[in-house]
Ligand binder design. Structure first.
Ligand code: C2E
Ligand code: MG
Ligand code: MG
Ligand code: MG
Length: 280
């Protein structure tokens, strides 16, 4: 009787597990082909200076244009790229494409805003990370417009090594931002030691700030922390006028979110940048 009770759930779940494993393997082999077959694309989402409402930055966000499944969001494949180590190659592709796109924009006589690229833990951990970026940046004539977005938890591992790498990158003119700030567990004394330029307040706090006093406290504290350490602060995921009003009162420096623009392909963003320049 006992045996039956444990065996049954196992048999029940097995087909589902097999299905999941098969699906996972299919995604993995698809991802291996994706780079060779040029199936990744970068979308760009504007970051606006809050006082002028001009576009001062673009964040590059990867998508996978799957031949059968259509556009796949990064949440479904970045973790797999990280587990398989493929993120190193794809991450380098993202950096190169973002810099190529910046060069393309400058050839359209567009004043190119800074371009931010998200960096994965495995990339930052590579001994040659700084060399890879240096090579990519110095291969171009245009002045450096690259920003790197790194998540908080990642920076808190190997703090001393990371400080050296970040300092070398900043010497190149690359700006460093801590992404999804507020979701990790960083110590304030480490944050103060990090050579960074900006904090990005995580979307979850911005989303709740107008209803939840706790979220509002966090947003308020992050902005004053950033300013007292001489960092810029960017709010991500701004969707409503009410959130914008709060953020303005709190003196947030830059805003990003669906209220100001969704991530869009390069040519659409190029049109908007031309409009941006005419307005300004
Ligand atoms: P992230 O860097 O925090 O990027 C912000 C995400 O929030 C993006 O999702 C963006 O489309 C979304 N977003 C922006 N404004 C709003 C808003 O007002 N409302 C809502 N609901 N969402 C908003 P996306 O493009 O799906 O990217 C998700 C995450 O995937 C990124 O979070 C980043 O961690 C990762 N990612 C994207 N591209 C890359 C990449 O090239 N390399 C690496 N390593 N990670 C990437
Ligand atoms: Mg980001
Ligand atoms: Mg973010
Ligand atoms: Mg985020």
């Amino acid at each position: 009787k006992k045996v039956k009770a444990t065996a049954e759930p196992y048999l029940f779940y097995l087909p589902k597990m097999q299905e999941r494993i098969a699906e996972r393997l299919a995604i993995e082999s698809g991802l291996r082909r994706a780079l060779d077959e040029d199936q990744f694309v970068l979308y760009y989402q504007p970051k606006l200076d809050f006082s002028t409402l001009q576009i001062v930055g673009l964040e590059a966000l990867i998508r996978w244009q799957h031949p059968e499944q259509g556009m796949i969001p990064p949440s479904r494949f970045i973790p797999i790229l990280e587990e398989t180590g493929l993120i190193l190659k794809v991450g380098e592709w993202v950096l190169r494409r973002a810099l190529d796109d910046a060069e393309y924009l400058s050839h359209q006589d567009i004043k190119v805003p800074r371009i931010a690229v998200n960096v994965s833990s495995l990339q930052l951990k590579q001994d040659n990370f700084v060399q890879v970026i240096t090579r990519l940046v110095q291969a171009r004539h245009a002045s450096v417009v690259l920003d790197l977005e790194i998540t908080e938890s990642l920076l808190m591992e190997d703090v001393d090594i990371n400080i050296n790498k970040l300092e070398a990158l900043r010497h190149l003119g690359v700006k460093i931002m801590i992404d999804d700030f507020g979701t990790g567990y960083s110590s304030l004394s480490y944050i103060a030691r990090l050579p960074i330029d900006a904090l990005k307040i995580d979307r979850s706090f911005v989303e709740n700030m107008t209803e939840s006093p706790n979220s509002l406290s966090i947003v308020t504290s992050v902005i004053s922390l950033a300013h007292s350490l001489n960092f810029k602060v960017i709010a991500e995921g701004v969707e409503t006028e009410e959130q914008a009003k709060f953020l303005r009162l709190l003196r947030c420096d830059q805003v990003q979110g669906f209220l100001y623009g969704r991530p869009e392909p390069l040519h659409t963003i190029a049109d908007r940048l031309i409009g941006n320049a005419l307005q300004g």
